[in-house]
Design a protein around this ligand. Structure first.
Ligand code: GYE
Length: 313
Protein backbone atom coordinates (compact mmCIF):
# COMPACT_ATOMS: atom_id res chain seq x y z
CA UNK A 1 0.00 0.00 0.00
CA UNK A 2 2.70 2.41 1.07
CA UNK A 3 4.86 1.59 -1.92
CA UNK A 4 1.92 2.04 -4.26
CA UNK A 5 1.09 5.41 -2.70
CA UNK A 6 4.67 6.55 -3.09
CA UNK A 7 4.64 5.54 -6.75
CA UNK A 8 1.47 7.54 -7.41
CA UNK A 9 2.83 10.67 -5.77
CA UNK A 10 6.12 10.30 -7.65
CA UNK A 11 4.22 10.05 -10.92
CA UNK A 12 2.19 13.13 -10.03
CA UNK A 13 5.39 15.04 -9.35
CA UNK A 14 6.72 14.10 -12.78
CA UNK A 15 3.43 14.95 -14.52
CA UNK A 16 3.49 17.10 -17.65
CA UNK A 17 5.27 14.50 -19.77
CA UNK A 18 8.67 16.10 -19.52
CA UNK A 19 7.35 19.39 -20.89
CA UNK A 20 8.87 22.42 -19.25
CA UNK A 21 11.66 20.21 -17.92
CA UNK A 22 14.25 22.52 -19.40
CA UNK A 23 15.52 19.71 -21.61
CA UNK A 24 16.72 20.55 -25.10
CA UNK A 25 14.69 19.07 -27.92
CA UNK A 26 16.35 17.85 -31.10
CA UNK A 27 14.31 16.93 -34.16
CA UNK A 28 16.19 14.44 -36.33
CA UNK A 29 15.00 13.53 -39.84
CA UNK A 30 16.74 10.30 -40.82
CA UNK A 31 17.09 9.02 -44.40
CA UNK A 32 15.67 5.56 -43.71
CA UNK A 33 16.91 2.14 -42.68
CA UNK A 34 18.47 1.17 -46.01
CA UNK A 35 21.80 -0.20 -44.80
CA UNK A 36 23.81 -1.57 -41.89
CA UNK A 37 25.59 1.79 -41.80
CA UNK A 38 22.26 3.59 -41.38
CA UNK A 39 21.10 1.27 -38.59
CA UNK A 40 24.34 1.93 -36.69
CA UNK A 41 23.97 5.67 -37.30
CA UNK A 42 20.40 5.72 -35.95
CA UNK A 43 21.40 3.72 -32.87
CA UNK A 44 24.31 6.07 -32.20
CA UNK A 45 22.05 9.14 -32.41
CA UNK A 46 19.36 7.63 -30.17
CA UNK A 47 21.81 6.42 -27.53
CA UNK A 48 23.82 9.64 -27.48
CA UNK A 49 20.69 11.78 -27.12
CA UNK A 50 19.65 9.69 -24.15
CA UNK A 51 23.10 9.95 -22.57
CA UNK A 52 23.26 13.69 -23.17
CA UNK A 53 19.80 14.20 -21.64
CA UNK A 54 18.46 15.57 -24.91
CA UNK A 55 14.84 14.96 -25.85
CA UNK A 56 14.96 13.38 -29.33
CA UNK A 57 12.16 13.48 -31.86
CA UNK A 58 13.10 11.00 -34.57
CA UNK A 59 11.59 10.30 -37.97
CA UNK A 60 12.45 7.80 -40.73
CA UNK A 61 11.84 9.15 -44.26
CA UNK A 62 12.05 5.77 -45.99
CA UNK A 63 14.51 7.28 -48.47
CA UNK A 64 12.01 9.85 -49.74
CA UNK A 65 12.82 13.56 -49.80
CA UNK A 66 9.17 14.60 -49.46
CA UNK A 67 8.95 12.68 -46.17
CA UNK A 68 12.04 14.42 -44.86
CA UNK A 69 10.64 17.82 -45.81
CA UNK A 70 7.38 16.97 -43.99
CA UNK A 71 9.33 15.90 -40.89
CA UNK A 72 11.40 19.10 -40.89
CA UNK A 73 8.22 21.20 -41.23
CA UNK A 74 6.65 19.41 -38.29
CA UNK A 75 9.77 20.04 -36.18
CA UNK A 76 9.50 23.74 -37.05
CA UNK A 77 5.85 23.72 -35.98
CA UNK A 78 6.73 21.98 -32.72
CA UNK A 79 9.39 24.64 -32.11
CA UNK A 80 12.20 22.20 -31.38
CA UNK A 81 15.51 23.75 -30.29
CA UNK A 82 17.64 22.25 -33.08
CA UNK A 83 16.90 20.34 -36.29
CA UNK A 84 19.40 17.84 -37.65
CA UNK A 85 19.01 15.70 -40.75
CA UNK A 86 20.84 13.51 -43.19
CA UNK A 87 19.62 14.72 -46.59
CA UNK A 88 18.55 11.83 -48.83
CA UNK A 89 19.58 13.83 -51.92
CA UNK A 90 21.77 16.93 -52.33
CA UNK A 91 19.40 19.41 -53.92
CA UNK A 92 15.97 20.91 -53.26
CA UNK A 93 16.31 22.00 -49.64
CA UNK A 94 16.38 25.80 -49.83
CA UNK A 95 12.66 26.44 -49.24
CA UNK A 96 12.25 24.31 -46.13
CA UNK A 97 15.60 25.36 -44.66
CA UNK A 98 14.63 28.99 -45.19
CA UNK A 99 11.50 28.28 -43.13
CA UNK A 100 13.67 26.88 -40.33
CA UNK A 101 15.94 29.90 -40.51
CA UNK A 102 12.97 32.30 -40.32
CA UNK A 103 11.78 30.38 -37.24
CA UNK A 104 15.32 30.83 -35.79
CA UNK A 105 15.88 27.10 -35.44
CA UNK A 106 19.49 26.11 -36.17
CA UNK A 107 19.97 23.22 -38.61
CA UNK A 108 22.85 20.72 -38.50
CA UNK A 109 23.58 18.61 -41.59
CA UNK A 110 24.52 15.16 -40.39
CA UNK A 111 26.44 12.68 -42.56
CA UNK A 112 25.33 14.05 -45.97
CA UNK A 113 25.76 17.55 -47.37
CA UNK A 114 23.48 19.67 -49.58
CA UNK A 115 24.47 21.56 -52.71
CA UNK A 116 22.84 24.90 -51.80
CA UNK A 117 24.82 28.06 -52.50
CA UNK A 118 23.33 29.61 -49.34
CA UNK A 119 25.51 28.27 -46.55
CA UNK A 120 23.63 30.38 -44.00
CA UNK A 121 20.86 27.76 -44.13
CA UNK A 122 22.78 25.47 -41.77
CA UNK A 123 25.16 26.00 -38.87
CA UNK A 124 27.37 22.98 -39.34
CA UNK A 125 28.04 19.86 -41.39
CA UNK A 126 29.21 16.75 -39.55
CA UNK A 127 30.40 13.77 -41.59
CA UNK A 128 32.92 12.21 -43.96
CA UNK A 129 34.74 13.31 -47.07
CA UNK A 130 33.08 11.07 -49.65
CA UNK A 131 35.27 12.18 -52.57
CA UNK A 132 38.31 11.10 -50.57
CA UNK A 133 36.65 7.74 -49.85
CA UNK A 134 36.21 7.21 -53.60
CA UNK A 135 39.87 8.08 -54.17
CA UNK A 136 40.99 5.66 -51.45
CA UNK A 137 38.95 2.89 -53.06
CA UNK A 138 40.64 3.57 -56.41
CA UNK A 139 44.11 3.90 -54.85
CA UNK A 140 43.83 0.33 -53.61
CA UNK A 141 42.90 -0.85 -57.10
CA UNK A 142 45.79 1.01 -58.71
CA UNK A 143 48.24 -0.66 -56.32
CA UNK A 144 46.64 -4.08 -56.68
CA UNK A 145 46.81 -3.80 -60.47
CA UNK A 146 50.46 -2.83 -60.67
CA UNK A 147 52.24 -4.82 -63.36
CA UNK A 148 48.96 -6.19 -64.73
CA UNK A 149 48.08 -5.40 -68.30
CA UNK A 150 44.66 -4.10 -69.23
CA UNK A 151 41.93 -3.90 -69.90
CA UNK A 152 40.74 -4.18 -66.30
CA UNK A 153 36.97 -4.12 -66.52
CA UNK A 154 35.18 -2.48 -63.62
CA UNK A 155 31.49 -2.44 -62.75
CA UNK A 156 30.20 0.15 -60.30
CA UNK A 157 27.20 -0.11 -57.99
CA UNK A 158 26.25 3.46 -57.22
CA UNK A 159 24.42 4.66 -54.13
CA UNK A 160 21.09 6.50 -54.17
CA UNK A 161 20.87 8.72 -57.24
CA UNK A 162 21.41 12.36 -56.36
CA UNK A 163 22.79 11.65 -52.87
CA UNK A 164 26.07 13.21 -51.76
CA UNK A 165 27.85 9.89 -51.09
CA UNK A 166 26.87 8.48 -54.52
CA UNK A 167 27.93 11.62 -56.40
CA UNK A 168 31.17 12.10 -54.47
CA UNK A 169 32.36 8.49 -54.24
CA UNK A 170 31.89 8.11 -57.99
CA UNK A 171 33.75 11.36 -58.58
CA UNK A 172 36.73 10.45 -56.38
CA UNK A 173 37.01 6.93 -57.77
CA UNK A 174 36.76 7.98 -61.42
CA UNK A 175 39.21 10.85 -60.90
CA UNK A 176 41.91 8.30 -59.98
CA UNK A 177 41.15 5.41 -62.37
CA UNK A 178 40.72 7.73 -65.36
CA UNK A 179 44.45 8.49 -65.17
CA UNK A 180 45.30 5.02 -66.51
CA UNK A 181 43.55 3.86 -69.70
CA UNK A 182 43.87 0.20 -68.70
CA UNK A 183 40.96 0.75 -66.28
CA UNK A 184 37.57 0.59 -67.98
CA UNK A 185 34.31 1.22 -66.18
CA UNK A 186 32.12 -0.99 -68.35
CA UNK A 187 28.87 -0.53 -66.40
CA UNK A 188 27.65 1.77 -63.63
CA UNK A 189 24.18 1.81 -62.13
CA UNK A 190 22.42 2.62 -58.88
CA UNK A 191 21.69 -0.10 -56.34
CA UNK A 192 20.14 2.46 -53.96
CA UNK A 193 22.49 1.45 -51.10
CA UNK A 194 20.49 -1.75 -50.40
CA UNK A 195 21.38 -5.44 -50.47
CA UNK A 196 18.35 -6.40 -52.55
CA UNK A 197 19.06 -3.82 -55.25
CA UNK A 198 22.78 -4.54 -55.16
CA UNK A 199 22.07 -8.19 -55.89
CA UNK A 200 19.55 -7.42 -58.63
CA UNK A 201 21.81 -4.97 -60.47
CA UNK A 202 24.83 -7.27 -60.15
CA UNK A 203 22.79 -10.08 -61.71
CA UNK A 204 22.07 -7.80 -64.67
CA UNK A 205 25.76 -6.80 -64.92
CA UNK A 206 26.80 -10.47 -64.95
CA UNK A 207 24.35 -11.23 -67.75
CA UNK A 208 25.33 -8.24 -69.88
CA UNK A 209 29.11 -8.18 -69.36
CA UNK A 210 31.30 -10.94 -70.80
CA UNK A 211 34.26 -10.08 -68.55
CA UNK A 212 34.12 -8.36 -65.15
CA UNK A 213 37.38 -8.05 -63.19
CA UNK A 214 36.40 -5.64 -60.44
CA UNK A 215 33.29 -4.51 -58.60
CA UNK A 216 33.32 -1.13 -56.89
CA UNK A 217 30.28 -0.85 -54.60
CA UNK A 218 29.46 2.50 -52.99
CA UNK A 219 28.50 0.68 -49.78
CA UNK A 220 28.83 -2.68 -48.02
CA UNK A 221 25.19 -3.67 -48.31
CA UNK A 222 25.28 -3.51 -52.11
CA UNK A 223 28.58 -5.42 -52.11
CA UNK A 224 27.04 -8.12 -49.88
CA UNK A 225 24.02 -8.40 -52.19
CA UNK A 226 26.33 -8.58 -55.21
CA UNK A 227 28.35 -11.39 -53.58
CA UNK A 228 25.20 -13.53 -53.60
CA UNK A 229 24.66 -12.79 -57.30
CA UNK A 230 28.29 -13.63 -58.12
CA UNK A 231 28.14 -16.92 -56.21
CA UNK A 232 24.84 -17.86 -57.82
CA UNK A 233 26.50 -17.26 -61.20
CA UNK A 234 29.15 -19.82 -60.24
CA UNK A 235 31.97 -17.32 -59.74
CA UNK A 236 34.20 -16.66 -56.74
CA UNK A 237 33.76 -13.20 -55.18
CA UNK A 238 37.11 -11.69 -54.15
CA UNK A 239 38.97 -14.00 -56.56
CA UNK A 240 37.29 -14.08 -59.99
CA UNK A 241 35.91 -10.62 -59.35
CA UNK A 242 37.78 -8.34 -56.96
CA UNK A 243 35.45 -6.41 -54.66
CA UNK A 244 36.01 -2.91 -53.26
CA UNK A 245 33.46 -1.50 -50.85
CA UNK A 246 32.84 1.45 -48.54
CA UNK A 247 31.51 1.68 -44.92
CA UNK A 248 33.13 -1.08 -42.86
CA UNK A 249 30.15 -2.74 -41.17
CA UNK A 250 30.78 -6.04 -39.36
CA UNK A 251 29.23 -8.17 -42.11
CA UNK A 252 31.69 -6.68 -44.59
CA UNK A 253 34.61 -7.43 -42.27
CA UNK A 254 33.35 -11.00 -42.02
CA UNK A 255 33.17 -11.17 -45.84
CA UNK A 256 36.75 -9.85 -46.02
CA UNK A 257 37.87 -12.45 -43.50
CA UNK A 258 36.19 -15.07 -45.71
CA UNK A 259 38.09 -13.74 -48.73
CA UNK A 260 34.99 -12.44 -50.51
CA UNK A 261 35.62 -8.68 -50.25
CA UNK A 262 39.16 -7.44 -50.98
CA UNK A 263 39.16 -4.02 -49.38
CA UNK A 264 36.85 -1.78 -47.36
CA UNK A 265 37.20 1.97 -47.09
CA UNK A 266 35.86 2.96 -43.71
CA UNK A 267 33.05 5.49 -43.25
CA UNK A 268 32.13 6.10 -39.63
CA UNK A 269 28.39 6.13 -38.77
CA UNK A 270 28.87 6.77 -35.04
CA UNK A 271 28.12 10.47 -35.26
CA UNK A 272 25.79 10.69 -32.24
CA UNK A 273 28.21 11.97 -29.56
CA UNK A 274 29.59 14.74 -31.81
CA UNK A 275 26.09 15.72 -32.90
CA UNK A 276 24.88 16.11 -29.30
CA UNK A 277 27.92 18.22 -28.60
CA UNK A 278 27.07 20.53 -31.49
CA UNK A 279 23.41 20.72 -30.35
CA UNK A 280 24.47 21.83 -26.87
CA UNK A 281 26.92 24.37 -28.20
CA UNK A 282 24.61 26.04 -30.73
CA UNK A 283 21.81 26.37 -28.20
CA UNK A 284 24.23 28.12 -25.85
CA UNK A 285 25.11 30.49 -28.67
CA UNK A 286 28.65 29.12 -28.95
CA UNK A 287 30.46 29.04 -32.29
CA UNK A 288 30.77 25.66 -34.00
CA UNK A 289 32.95 24.81 -37.01
CA UNK A 290 31.10 24.93 -40.33
CA UNK A 291 32.53 21.51 -41.23
CA UNK A 292 33.45 18.73 -38.81
CA UNK A 293 35.07 15.74 -40.46
CA UNK A 294 35.32 12.21 -39.10
CA UNK A 295 38.59 10.24 -39.10
CA UNK A 296 38.62 6.98 -41.02
CA UNK A 297 40.87 4.20 -42.32
CA UNK A 298 41.18 1.61 -45.09
CA UNK A 299 41.14 -2.13 -44.29
CA UNK A 300 42.43 -5.03 -46.36
CA UNK A 301 41.82 -8.78 -46.03
CA UNK A 302 44.97 -9.43 -44.02
CA UNK A 303 43.75 -6.97 -41.36
CA UNK A 304 40.12 -8.11 -41.30
CA UNK A 305 40.33 -11.01 -38.85
CA UNK A 306 42.25 -8.99 -36.26
CA UNK A 307 40.00 -5.94 -36.62
CA UNK A 308 36.65 -7.77 -36.60
CA UNK A 309 36.26 -8.29 -32.80
CA UNK A 310 36.83 -4.58 -32.20
CA UNK A 311 34.37 -3.28 -34.79
CA UNK A 312 31.65 -1.24 -33.10
CA UNK A 313 29.12 -1.39 -35.96
O1 GYE B 1 27.65 4.77 -46.95
C1 GYE B 1 25.42 3.97 -46.90
C2 GYE B 1 24.19 4.59 -46.39
O2 GYE B 1 25.34 8.52 -46.20
C3 GYE B 1 27.48 7.73 -45.67
O3 GYE B 1 24.38 5.97 -46.63
C4 GYE B 1 26.05 7.41 -45.79
C5 GYE B 1 25.73 6.24 -46.71
C6 GYE B 1 26.42 4.94 -46.37
O4 GYE B 1 23.05 4.05 -46.83
O5 GYE B 1 25.59 2.67 -46.42
Amino acid sequence: MLAAGLLVSLMAACGGGGGGSGKLTLGFAQVGAESGWRTANTKSIQESAEQAGINLKFSDAQQKQENQIKAIRSYIQQKVDVIAFSPVVESGWDTVLKEAKDAKIPVVLTDRAIDSADTSLYVSFLGSDFVEEGRRAADWLVKDSQGKSGPINIVQLEGTTGSAPAIDRKKGFEEVVSKDPKFKIVASQTGDFTRAKGKEVMQAFLKAQPKIDVLFAHNDDMALGAIQAIEEAGKKPGVDIKIISIDGVKDAFQAMKDGKINVVVECNPLLGPQLMDIVKKVTKGEQVPKRIQTQEGVFTQDQAAAALPNRKY
